[in-house]
Design a protein around this ligand. Structure first.
Ligand code: SAM
Ligand code: SF4
Length: 330
């Protein structure tokens, strides 16, 4: 088992399988990004080996992310091979976070390989707004992707980043739409990660305001549902719908953190909001035997910090960490 210095059991690994993406969401990336040279990426076989080492060490849940995980060439080979750990029971859940653009193509295969639930990031239901937020996204394609995922039997959770001046007028609409389609919904506060083109403090919309807007239409009851993650939930009394809030800034959730994040180059970040990281690529390539990589993972977990130091206000300049969310997959 992987236990960190604060007695937290690390049982969840998120893997950014590529830093590339077919969108350029305004809060995530700048329009002109410099991506990693392909030669620096771990192969899909190496990613499988690393994930499998984590599973040996007691990791029960894997989430593929990115960049956009479904644009990595051959990604289904990795999903399929990781699926073998579901069959043995060593792994409890294999899932992914996606922008939905490739779901129409891959939804059935995901189900075939054991994926049961996915998160789709969608910040607006207004097509023009969608283009403004994602810059390169195709709204119809994402909507078709979401429908394909539902038709394939995947449970879909929508993640919506609350953005001042962008989707603050759509909160009610998004909640209703998810309710109608029986999809879970979580709102997320924007986090200061990586340089973007605009001013982050102008985009930041505290979820307290989202709650206030929702409370004008529904009665919000605190819900003690615990998904094992950072979200806190409310139930809408009138509809029974559950809505989550991830509030890294207005409420810090680090004390129960059970996760670490692996980049596509084999760097392990023990905290989303801190810079300390461990290189797993060198020990992985050192030998075909996993002893060195397992030792490196244990050593890294022993350094997992207590929490992040995110702060967005008009006096704090720039990003809290220089890397973009796409490096560690959120
Ligand atoms: N491309 C996939 C997607 O959009 O779902 C997976 C990667 S994306 C980096 C993962 C999640 O991080 C998305 O829900 C996205 O909205 C969120 N995200 C990206 N940058 C963020 C930021 N600066 N603050 C908060 N959430 C962010
Ligand atoms: Fe791409 Fe996801 Fe970042 Fe949007 S949030 S640019 S879809 S990685």
């Amino acid at each position: 088992m992987l236990i960190d210095p604060f007695e937290r059991h690390v049982s969840y690994l998120r893997i950014s399988v590529t830093d590339r993406c077919d969108f350029r969401c305004v809060y995530c990336m700048s329009e002109h990004m410099t991506f990693l040279p392909k030669a620096d990426l771990l192969s899909l076989e190496e990613l499988d080996r690393l994930c499998s080492a984590f599973i040996t060490l007691g990791v029960k849940k894997l989430r593929l992310s990115g960049g956009e995980p479904l644009v990595r060439r051959g990604i289904m080979t990795l999903v399929k091979s990781l699926g073998r750990h579901l069959k043995t029971g060593a792994l409890e859940e294999l899932t992914l976070t996606t922008n939905g653009s490739q779901l129409a193509r891959y939804a059935n295969e995901l189900v075939d390989y054991g994926v049961r639930r996915i998160n789709v990031s969608l910040d607006t239901l207004d097509e023009a707004n969608f283009v403004a937020v994602t810059r390169w996204g195709k709204y119809d394609k994402v909507m078709a992707g979401i429908e394909a995922a539902r038709a394939a039997g995947l449970r879909v959770k929508i993640n919506t980043v609350a953005l001042n001046g962008v989707n603050d007028g759509e909160i009610e609409n998004i909640v209703r739409w998810c309710g109608e389609k029986d999809m879970d919904l979580t709102f997320i506060e924007t986090m200061p990660m990586g340089e973007i083109d605009g001013d982050r403090s102008a985009q930041y919309l505290p979820l307290t305001e989202v709650r206030e807007r929702m409370a004008k239409t529904w009665t919000l009851d605190e819900n003690d549902h615990n998904s094992g993650g950072p979200a806190r939930y409310v139930s809408l009394r009138e509809t029974g719908q559950r809505v989550g809030f991830i509030t890294p800034l207005s409420h810090n959730f680090c004390e129960s953190c059970n996760r670490v994040r692996l980049t596509c180059t084999g760097t392990l970040f023990m905290c989303l909001g801190q810079e300390d990281a461990a290189d797993l690529r060198a020990p992985l390539r050192e030998s075909a035997d996993d002893a060195a990589v397992i030792a490196a993972i244990r050593e890294a977990i022993a350094r997992k910090p207590k929490g992040h130091d995110f702060l967005i206000d008009r006096t704090s300049a720039g990003a809290a960490v220089p890397r973009h969310m796409s490096v560690t997959g959120g």
